[in-house]
Design a protein around this ligand. Sequence first.
Ligand code: GCU
Length: 598
Amino acid sequence: MKGAVLAVLLLSTLCVHAQENSSTLIANVDGRTIISLDGTWNTIVDPYETGLNLRVYEDAKPKSSSDLIEYDFERSPKLHVPGDWNTQRESLLFYEGPVWYQRDFSYQKRPHTRAFLYFGAANYQARVWFNGQKLGEHVGGFTPFDFEVNDLVDGENSVVVEVNNTRRLDGVPSLNTDWWNYGGLTRSVKLVEVPETFTDNYFVQLAKGRTDQIEAWVHVTGPAHEGEATIEIPEIHLKQSARLDDSGRASFQFPAHVQLWSPENPKLYKVVISAGGDSVTDEIGFRTIETRGTQILLNGKPIFLRGVSMHEEAPFRSGRAFSEEDDRTLLTWAKELGCNFVRMAHYPYNEEMVRLADKMGLLLWEEIPVYWDIQWQNPATLENAKSQLREVISRDHNRAAIAIWSMSNETPISPERTQFIGALAAYARQLDPTRLIGSAMSHIDRTSAESRVLSDPLGQFLDVLGLNEYIGWYEGKPEDADHMQWQFAYLKPVIVSEFGGGAQYNRHGDTQTRFTEEYQANLYEHQFTMLGHIPQLAGMSPWVLMDFRSPRRLLPGIQDYYNRKGLISDQGQRKQAFYVLQKFYAEKVKEGSAVAIK
Ligand code: GCU
């Protein structure tokens, strides 16, 4: 084990250096001057990736009738951005491969400004050209990326993006997932205009374990990155300045008396960050999140996480969720259940959803798609996972709602895997020392018919232990849970990050009949009995809020390519188990307030 820990430390240090050399990723783009490039884009579906040889990225037009140009974006079918292609065109539902996107737009760059092309996400691999020039590539389907286009802007501009969602053995995730591999420009595309010297990122949060002290940094990039940066919180008449160092970074530590953010009181403050003539405004909540023994503490007080797991899938129309309406519907359903916590499985969701949780008062578990088995010994796969982690943390590290960064889900135990994820955990702590690190684990020792032990060595690297168990569905009968005893190798807070069973809305029968609402509801009841026997239990997020598309779900007339473990159908119909969980959480709240009064 000592060898493994040392190897983990070495790996994480190596990668930090790589990070410092990467190009800037602008935080809080909606706090900047932006031109939306959303809307209808021309598209070419290119299963054999012929477009590379044809150099479609040049977006060329025949100059004479004898010119041979074998593509024409303008006369090609259209797709809406943001949006996956699978649910926009019947013929693309199962399509995995390259699709070329192109659109024109007018933009004249103003003096003393810089322009960046910003993508909220593109699944899975994206190659980007601007006016025929290659800007770069990005791998990872759920995190933002941007490219500077300064010298290429020319009044009338053409952007070409090749998006390829082919699954890859060395990918993150790899070949096998229990969710639909939605491809495309799944989130907004923007042109961001900033001053020559601007604040590309900042971190303004309470110091670890302190409710009266803010610890912050501001990073400025550009020719004039010297002088001072200032943080202002007008509502509490606070204004603090600090010198920028040679790398354009200013560090802050100052007392602050703020109302603490919590699900009951999701208080956000207007915060203004200015430096080098640039200023950006954000809405930030202040709270502390820690563990003490087997408890999770929010603002220094124990909290029980009443949660639900979900996918970033749009209710009613299916497809990758991206709109404010999609996000609000899903989070409102979680609130209606009585949740104060949501596990965003298994990949980072759109930024708007995270900001909405900040406003609505929902704590979040945010995860990178290190899911099931991936190439643990492949350094490129590790770097891929690290860059996804870096991108999501740099995007969401000012969100009070985010409590837990999750490194992985249900990964098979091996020294290589534990080392890999250990390195991710160490890296996450370097990027953000203020939040909890977790993972969802499912490899359980069955020590007898009625006892289970979670002894996964991954636990040593985590603050909270996520446990995925399916007693009553993949294992045994629902009532087997009643007498099940659990033990954990680490004395840390446990979140039962998944349990559940399938039910088709409006399919009824006795509690022993699979896929009936009665079976699912009964399973929940027995789970509550079992969870009540786990002294280390600090939270739960049953699987899953809403039925979602999955290529692994083949049962005709019931699944039809949907995972039916939702408490709500994909058409918004609540199943019996929804009300069973709602009642359980209402009792938990009553219990909690009784404890609080004591
Ligand atoms: C797993 C996994 C989920 C999956 C679920 C299921 O635990 O983490 O992604 O959808 O089980 O089988 O329904």
